[in-house]
Design a protein around this ligand. Structure first.
Ligand SMILES: Nc1ncnc2c1ncn2[C@@H]1O[C@H](COP(=O)(O)OP(=O)(O)OP(=O)(O)O)[C@@H](O)[C@H]1O
Length: 277
């Protein structure tokens, strides 16, 4: 385990909007280099929490440290070390993709190569197209390009693949893995459980402004200890030892077991169980 201080450290975070307690005594640690996915139903408090960490919203209580500083007071040098994938770049409709990414690169002390970033998000055929002519999914890729152009140490990705076609989602996942391999810490908010499972080292489930569970995708909610459901043409059984059952079935049928399936609870199954408790 790393002994470096965590890139994100939150203690007893509280945020209220009038009578609504959007964030209710939330604790969170994200170590350097981790991909952490925040899951939770609409209105759970994910955006509020993320925006406090990004320095865009004030908190009502608690301690927050991001890259060692309080985001409520941190300045430009701190901001250059984080990357944020903001929703939509409509304000720049008349610029081309290449111009816009180049424009953002100049804000940062250590920008990535503009052409490499455009390639990485799969927008090379659109380099000379105006932003207003891009499709919804292409705009989202552009948002991602703007979030990573400054070589951030910590990247916030808020529902990054909404509107992506399946192929674009896969290539985005590859990009996130590459960023992680380079050591970028990533806080990802997503409603796609498969995305969390593919990308996250750990997932946290927020419900009612509280973090109700934190674990690896494989272990969340005791998923790895739950029984498997073995289904075949003539029956089904819940068992902690599916291999033994399949061996017995194989003997019974003297070979191929008709329509055999071994099913385990998906991340979505355990997640839905948690937020409905
Ligand atoms: N500016 C605001 N003024 C008043 N209430 C707000 C404001 N922003 C958020 N809320 C309320 O705070 C709660 C948490 O909202 P938040 O946007 O953080 O949820 P979320 O988990 O990001 O949801 P979603 O998945 O829909 O994006 C909700 O009840 C929401 O209505």
């Amino acid at each position: 385990m790393s002994t470096d201080p965590p890139h994100i450290r939150v203690r007893s975070l509280v945020k209220e909007y009038g009578a609504v307690r959007a964030v209710d005594d939330l604790d969170l640690d994200v170590p350097a280099g981790e991909v952490f996915a925040l899951l939770g139903p609409n209105g759970a408090g994910k955006t509020t929490t993320t925006e406090i960490l990004e320095g865009f919203r004030e908190r009502d209580g608690g301690e927050v440290s991001v890259l060692g500083e309080d985001p409520g007071r941190a300045g430009r040098a701190w901001r250059a070390r984080i990357g944020i994938v903001l929703q939509s770049s409509d304000d720049y409709a008349e610029l081309t993709v290449g111009e816009l990414v180049g424009h953002f690169a100049r804000y940062y002390p250590r920008p990535r190569d503009v052409d490499e970033v455009i390639d990485a998000v799969g927008l090379e055929p659109k380099r000379n197209s105006r932003v207003r002519s891009l499709s919804g999914g292409q705009r989202r890729r552009l948002d991602v390009a703007l979030g990573i152009i400054g070589t951030p140490e910590l990247l916030f990705l808020d529902e990054p693949t909404t509107g992506f076609d399946p192929q674009a989602r896969r290539s985005f996942w590859e990009l996130v893995r590459r960023l992680r391999d380079e050591g970028t810490t990533i806080l990802l908010t997503t409603h796609y459980l498969d995305e969390a499972e593919q990308l996250a080292d750990r997932v946290g489930v927020i419900a009612g402004g509280r973090l109700v569970a934190v674990d690896t995708p494989a272990r969340l909610g005791g998923r790895h200890e739950q029984r498997a459901r073995v289904v075949w043409r003539d029956g089904e059984e819940l068992t902690p030892a599916p291999t033994a059952l399949v061996a017995a079935l194989s003997e019974r049928y003297a070979g191929e077991v008709p329509d055999l399936q071994v099913l385990r609870p998906t991340l979505e199954d355990v997640y839905l169980g948690m937020i409905h408790e």
